[in-house]
Write a protein that binds this ligand. Sequence first.
Ligand code: GAR
Length: 195
Amino acid sequence: PKRVAILISGGGSNMVQLVRSMTGDHPARAVLVASNDPAAAGLSRAAEMGIPTAAVDHRPFGRDRAAFESALLEPLLAAQPDILCLAGFMRILTPDFVARFSGRMLNIHPSLLPKYPGLNTHARALAAGDAQAGATVHLVTPELDCGPILGQASVPVEPGDTPDTLAARVLTAEHRLYPLVLRRFAAGKTGRIDL
Ligand code: GAR
């Protein structure tokens, strides 16, 4: 099976869904969960599921992204991943890092791209009066949140939504979308999924 490493920064709920999906006849297996935050709750959730973990704190590296990435690459390359999944990973990656995993690094972003790349996606969707919100899984290219789209899941914006209530609805859709996209991608299937 394809070897999948997952990068997280926080709770890792998408990571948990990805790991759980990779069993049985799935064409991939999780081999590493790594975080830039040693306190990320997702690291212990991964360990509980029996997945090797690594923490590389970005803070000692200050603004030196390349040095942080060199440190991150140590456990990452040791795990020999075929596919790298970003799942709530909140560090911008340099073009050099992205190039190493060109065509095999996926990201999930909490908006219907090309709308709202970057941060605060739910507040921006609400401010715009959008009727639909959602999430996108895309291939990572050097330009932030701009790579080829592999799948999208839409949810309705409800009256009275706040950024938090909308985020929770979108997150539930992310949990359906990301495992489906990863399974198809690991199997070498092309074409995009729309939920
Ligand atoms: C998810 O909503 C994901 O789409 C978003 O962070 C959350 C992580 O939740 N990612 C980004 O904003 C990337 N810029 P999780 O840790 O529970 O999977």
